[in-house]
Write a protein that binds this ligand. Structure first.
Ligand code: ZN
Length: 158
């Protein structure tokens, strides 16, 4: 079968049933099969569903955002930190291009800023309630670009 482009709605909850995120009320999420655009555990489930199907599935953290990695915590001396007004919960992009990642400030002391480079959902098993809104074969252009294109054709810059 040709690679698929799938649009879906989701509501994401954590282990306690608390809602973390939802696409409801927004544009459904669209992805091209096989390029790693969404977490692998979820893609494996969605790829088996027909248009209109709904399903609730729990994805273990190793197939979602991975285990929580203690070594991704770093301590930066306050005077070396480029931002003066910094608070717990602030997020920054560090590195450039391919190596860019997002870090979250988890503690600020008089001497140091402590940063966590883990994905905010690392180490969490995630429950998704999904509904397939659309699925179709990928176009030649989409396969060449390695991503899905919207309903109005090619609408992004390369
Ligand atoms: Zn493209």
């Amino acid at each position: 079968m040709s690679k698929q482009v799938i649009s879906f709605h989701y509501t994401l909850t954590d282990k306690t049933g608390k809602q973390i995120d939802s696409s409801r009320g927004q544009t459904p999420v669209m992805f091209l099969e096989g390029v790693g655009q969404i977490i692998p555990g979820l893609e494996a489930v969605l790829i088996l569903l027909e248009k209109g199907a709904t399903k609730t599935v729990t994805i273990p953290h190793r197939e979602a955002y991975g285990a929580y990695d203690q070594t991704l915590i770093s301590r930066v001396p306050r005077e070396q930190f480029p931002v003066k007004e910094v608070q717990v919960g602030d997020m920054f992009k560090i590195g450039k291009d391919e190596e860019q990642r997002i870090v979250t400030v988890i503690e600020v002391t008089a001497a140091e800023v402590i940063l966590d480079g883990n994905h905010p959902l690392a180490g969490q098993d995630l429950t998704f309630a999904v509904e397939i809104m659309e699925r179709r074969d990928a176009t030649v252009d989409e396969l060449a670009h390695g991503h899905a294109h919207g309903p109005h054709g090619h609408s992004h810059e390369h």
